[in-house]
Write a protein that binds this ligand. Sequence first.
Ligand SMILES: [Zn+2]
Length: 45
Amino acid sequence: MKYKTGEKPGKGSYTCTNCSTIVNLDDDSDRLPPCPKCNGVEYTK
Ligand SMILES: [Zn+2]
């Protein structure tokens, strides 16, 4: 399952598909940001 920047996939840890940086969302209403390291827009959970 893939997730993109701007989506609200819910709490959890998401891994950038480009550089494997992990982004944590603490709230179900948080949107996925662009990857802080590579500016990527696609994640896996
Ligand atoms: Zn990245």
